[in-house]
Design a protein around this ligand. Structure first.
Ligand code: BTN
Length: 262
């Protein structure tokens, strides 16, 4: 990973907003490091990247396999005012941003799985873990993004779901520094749109790539399972679930394809 290449590839907008870029060879987790820095009083929009993580964190308490050279592991830190924007929908905005970068690199047949997965032919390519630090005047949000670049078959065998990487999709391994910068460019652009307009400009884009839209799904919310048909997301990023006699807006949880009777 080359900090100078990252900087050279950043857009004018991204350079204007970023006050710091840190590249680590190995770290426990870029999200954990971001939270430590926020708690120690560091402010402003900052980027933390690592070549490997020993304690990469995924959603719902899972771990994120992060071997050296295997993927992009980055966290972008941004402060948000305490208004009423549904910031959980920034998870969807982040996944859309990674999708757009992979498409620009030549990837196609990409899909999104609510609320944060990027898939290629049903296999997971990238995930997003948003972590919030609540402060007195503002909240700091950590956008943690993991994008598989080149995982060995052995690495893949440790993961309990179908996964893929950019090398398999593009036929070659792209330069990691360039991919990092391109993700940051699109992510910052989309965060700025979100700050002005909320999730509304993104709902149609999300629904056009949603892998479960108009399908029967099971969604696990805490200890409860809800069964219904996914109607995609609304203008807040919540998932509209058509159940037997009513509609519900689901704001968190994990989707499984319908198993029929459960
Ligand atoms: C998921 O479960 O799909 C989310 C995975 C997020 C992984 C990334 S890698 C960079 C950042 N640091 C972490 O510890 N996790 C996120």
């Amino acid at each position: 990973m080359d900090k100078a290449v990252i900087w050279d590839t950043l857009s004018v907008d991204a350079r204007t907003h970023l006050v710091d870029i840190q590249v680590f060879g190995q770290i426990d987790s870029t999200n954990l490091e971001s939270l430590r820095q926020v708690k120690s009083g560091k402010r402003g929009t900052r980027l933390i990247v690592a070549e490997a993580q020993s304690d990469g964190r995924g959603r719902l308490g899972r771990s994120w396999m992060s071997p050296a050279g295997g993927g992009i592991y980055l966290s972008l830190i941004r402060s948000f005012g305490k208004d009423n924007k549904p910031i959980q929908s920034l998870s969807l905005v982040s996944a859309i941003s990674v999708l757009k970068v992979v498409e620009a690199l030549g990837g196609n047949s990409l899909q999104l799985k609510w609320p944060n997965d990027l898939l290629f032919q049903g296999q997971k390519l990238a995930g997003v873990l948003l972590e919030l630090h609540v402060g007195i005047a503002a909240n700091d949000l950590v956008f943690g993004i993991g994008l598989n670049l080149s995982l060995s078959d052995e690495d893949k065998s440790f993961i309990d779901r179908p996964i893929t990487d950019l090398r398999s999709i593009l036929g070659q391994r792209p330069d990691d520094s360039i991919v990092v910068a391109k993700i940051v460019n699109v992510l910052i652009e989309n965060i700025l749109i979100f700050e002005n307009q909320g999730f509304r400009p993104f709902s149609e884009i999300w629904n056009s790539y949603d892998c479960h839209i108009n399908q029967d799904i099971v969604i696990q919310v805490g200890n409860t399972r809800k069964v219904g048909k996914s109607l995609g997301v609304d203008e807040t990023g919540g998932l509209i679930l058509q159940m037997e006699d009513h509609r519900e807006l689901v704001t968190g949880g994990e989707i499984f394809s319908s198993l029929g009777k459960i």
